[in-house]
Design a binder for this molecule. Structure first.
Ligand code: GLU
Length: 432
């Protein structure tokens, strides 16, 4: 079983989508189900409706899963397991106040040492704590030996007990911390492989430590994906518009192209343009580079254009608000100068919009408009153009500029001889 475990705390980031995609691909390749686990235990940070939004995006991107579960539904198990760890003395109650802990943290900082919990409450005799009404957390006793695992991308990883620390598993409100809930949930769902972002690497030994303390022996394979960097070489964050999947879709990047791009970066692939179905056949997780991947919107634009080019005409026309073969063909001509459906939509909309003539062509343009509106139907572009030229009496630039604007809404653009066959049936809606 594999899982994609988003937190419903914000817009879906391209890094999350990449994680979801890789989990999906591996679930297909390994012939194991994929579940979606909404990690909603951090109540303060949850945003209403984000879970549904994330699931909607997974559906849009064709990521298939067996089930959606909510981490909060496992709360009773989180608490039961914490109790079990307390009984086996592998966890302990900690009465240190947040203020005391802050003071210790500040001291460590001033001594330029990494802060570690000092196990002050480890081994407190029960009779000393039984009447204590102060709020308390529950901590997992730090392991006695280093924890090692082999990451499928990063290789051998080893963490000393001090790196793991006697960390909190239940907060004072008796809700689990992320590491504890995650470790238990992966165990309960019989997860075999965890693919997630590199930012979780230091969490992994903690999660392994939780399961080891519970005597869970199944080994989970881990793959931590390198981060995606922006233009200035920094980790892509909310401040980078392109980091939001929603933004990319609004800008007119289509799901197939975004998928192609996210599989391509930081990877060795047999071809540059491919579908998710293709990638299922050859994707190899071990070929993912250890180095961070760099986000390059120019490349994404190129890939988007290639995917748009390969769409069926009617399908392409749907992206620009029609369901029409000829408009699809027209849009394909405009793909020479555009890369996104948003840009395409603007071009097609301009063709059908009321035209604005520059001052110098206003008089001629008005006359030409009347000529075109009254013109009979012409099958051929040349005949149509000759007729318009003759009837309007306009010549050279004074003819061609307003002629182009009336037929396309723009002063520059593709050869009208190419677009005319596709717009000739709509002239009454176009020339206005
Ligand atoms: N909820 C975590 C996140 O969104 C993912 C944790 C995990 O995959 O283990 O970053």
């Amino acid at each position: 079983m594999l899982r994609f475990a988003p937190s419903p705390t914000g817009d879906m980031h391209i890094g999350n989508l990449r994680v979801a995609l890789f989990n999906y691909i591996l679930s297909v390749q390994n012939n194991e189900p994929l579940i979606i686990r909404i990690e909603d235990t951090d109540k303060e940070r949850n945003i209403e409706g984000k879970d549904k939004e994330i699931i909607g995006l997974l559906d849009l991107f064709g990521i298939k899963y067996q089930d959606v579960i909510y981490q909060s539904d496992n709360l009773k198990y989180h608490r039961a397991m914490a109790l079990q760890l307390l009984h086996s003395k592998l966890a302990f109650n900690c009465f240190c106040s947040p203020e005391d802990l802050d003071t210790k943290r500040d001291t460590a900082k001033s001594e330029r040492k990494a802060y570690r919990y000092d196990d002050a409450c480890l081994g407190l005799p029960a009779e000393e704590t039984i009447d204590n009404t102060a709020p308390f957390t529950v901590r997992l006793r730090k392991p006695g030996i280093a924890i090692t695992f082999t990451d499928l991308i990063k290789g051998e990883m080893s963490f000393e007990p001090d790196d793991i620390d006697s960390f909190i598993i239940l907060r004072a409100d008796k809700y689990p911390t992320y590491n504890f809930a995650c470790a238990i949930d992966d165990m309960l769902a019989d997860i075999s492989m965890v693919i997630r972002g590199e930012d979780h690497v230091s969490n992994t030994p903690k999660q392994i430590a939780v399961r080891a303390a519970l005597n869970y022996t199944k080994e989970i394979q881990y793959a931590h994906l390198p981060v995606i960097l922006n233009d200035s070489g920094k980790k892509m964050s909310k401040r980078d518009d392109a980091s939001s999947v929603k933004w990319l879709l609004e800008e007119g990047f289509i799901p197939d192209a975004i998928i192609n791009y996210l599989i391509l970066i930081g990877n060795k692939v047999p071809q540059e343009i491919f579908s998710l179905q293709d990638a299922l056949k050859w994707f190899d997780l071990s070929k993912i580079s250890k180095a961070p991947a760099k986000f390059d919107i120019t490349k994404l634009r190129f890939i988007n254009r290639e995917h748009l080019k390969s769409l069926d005409d009617v399908e392409l026309s749907r992206y620009v608000g029609f369901a029409d073969k000829e408009i699809g063909q027209l849009a394909k001509i405009y793909l020479e100068e555009t890369s996104t459906t948003k840009e395409l939509r603007e071009k097609i909309a301009a063709i059908f919009a009321a035209k604005v003539m520059p001052q110098e062509f206003q008089e001629g343009g008005e006359k030409l408009k009347e000529v075109l509106q009254a013109a009979p139907f012409f099958e051929e572009y040349e005949a149509f153009k000759d007729y318009a030229m003759k009837e309007s009496g306009l010549k050279g630039k004074n003819f061609f500029k307003p002629f182009r604007i009336l037929l396309s809404g723009e002063e520059h653009g593709p050869d009208l001889a190419l677009t005319y066959p596709l717009i000739k049936n709509y002239l009454t809606e176009i020339v206005k």
